[in-house]
Design a protein around this ligand. Structure first.
Ligand code: TYM
Length: 345
């Protein structure tokens, strides 16, 4: 009987710079999981081109993301790190999944609706099929655990639906190959945990902090220097009331909720403890303290990213080596997929 082993996969898009949202929502968890699991961390450049990208800037952003992964604590000897386009099996399995997933499933994806906006006729087909590629990313390694922020939950549910339908559509072949319980593709488990699974914009506490927000003041980038971080926090939207002393007082106050949540995440405490400390005080004092902890946590990462960024050839070598390791896992799985489908090879 063939039984699947636990394996972690996750990815980030190389657009702009990674943000505090990426860091608190996913990266901290990625780093932690390296001690308990075999991990594959991808830079998803194929996903990035679902919207227009400038080629020179995309190349720089891929290297920047690689430097950020390492600077945050991803160990490229232990974990596999590479950019997605170097492993052709991602795109190959995504095509198969385009034929497994149903239009109705993709029609329900809220992120497509948000990203395509009102003019969905002009959105790329890739943006629509994006979650199928995401499922392929995970399943081409038969990964079982996927650490992500809250916003990826629906996509991971789709990945589970795709895995289940594939297992069912090809169950005779899968059984003949001896897979335990007919599981060829695992139903991957989203790991939505960590200090802040949904970090909100500094300009609007009801909107997610995002690389694609037109206002740079809405986010803290891992490339921001200390002055920029302090300025962005100082300019962050707040409300006129003093901070509450307990969590119940955060209801209807999304900005206060977000900023105190960020403080708690950065310092490794709870929001309750933060409110106990700062409750009753004005935002101005709290913001100073928040800027200090943000700079203290992020500036070592930024300087390490800058250091690594000075040697792009070394980053490219690391990515190529990671891609070779990734391919060695993906190729035999893809070969089995082809056999199950009935392709001649
Ligand atoms: P991306 O590049 O938008 O974000 C990368 C990771 O960061 C998390 N994240 C956040 N968490 C909390 N608060 C925020 N404001 C915030 N912004 C981003 C995301 O949840 C994510 O975990 N489609 C994915 C990339 C991807 C992927 C995959 C992920 C492609 N294939 C396979 C997992 C498995 C994306 O665009 O993430």
């Amino acid at each position: 009987m063939i039984e699947l082993k636990p394996r972690v996969f996750s990815g980030m898009q190389p657009t702009g710079s990674l943000t505090l949202g990426n860091y608190l929502g996913a990266m901290i968890n990625w780093v932690a999981m390296q001690t308990t699991h075999d991990c594959i961390y991808c830079i998803v450049d194929l996903h990035a081109i679902t919207v227009a990208q400038d080629p020179a800037e995309l190349k720089a952003a891929i290297r920047r993301a690689a430097a950020a992964y390492m600077a945050c604590g991803i160990d490229t000897q232990k974990s596999i790190v590479f950019n997605q386009s170097q492993v052709a099996e991602h795109a190959e399995l995504a095509w198969v999944f385009n034929c497994v997933a149903r239009l109705g499933w993709l029609d329900r994806m809220t992120q497509f609706k948000e990203k395509a906006g009102k003019d969905k006729e002009r959105a790329s087909v890739g943006l629509y099929a994006y979650p199928n590629l995401m499922a392929a990313d995970i399943l081409v390694y038969r990964a079982t655990h996927v650490p992500v922020g809250e916003d990826q939950k629906q996509h991971l549910e789709l990945a589970r639906d795709i895995a289940q339908k594939f297992n069912n559509d090809f169950k005779e072949g899968i059984a003949a190959r001896g897979y335990k319980d007919g599981v060829f593709f695992p139903l991957c488990e989203p790991m939505i945990q960590g200090p802040a699974t949904r970090v909100m914009s500094l300009r609007d506490g009801t909107k997610k902090m995002s690389k694609s927000d037109p206002s740079d003041l809405s986010r803290i980038n891992l490339t921001d220097d200390a002055d920029t971080i302090a300025k962005k926090i100082q300019k962050a939207k707040t409300d006129p009331e003093p901070l509450p002393s307990e969590a119940a007082g955060l209801a209807g106050r999304p900005e206060a909720d977000n900023l105190t949540g960020i403080y708690a995440a950065l310092t490794g405490t709870t929001q309750d403890a933060v409110l106990k400390q700062f409750g009753g005080g004005q935002f101005s004092g709290f913001k100073k303290a928040l800027a200090e902890v943000a700079v203290e946590k992020l500036s070592p990462i930024t300087s390490e990213m800058n250091r690594l960024g000075r040697d792009p050839a070394e980053i490219d070598r690391m990515l190529a080596a990671g891609a070779a390791r990734a391919r060695a896992i993906a190729q035999p799985i893809m070969a089995e997929v082809k056999d199950l489908l009935g392709f001649v090879r």
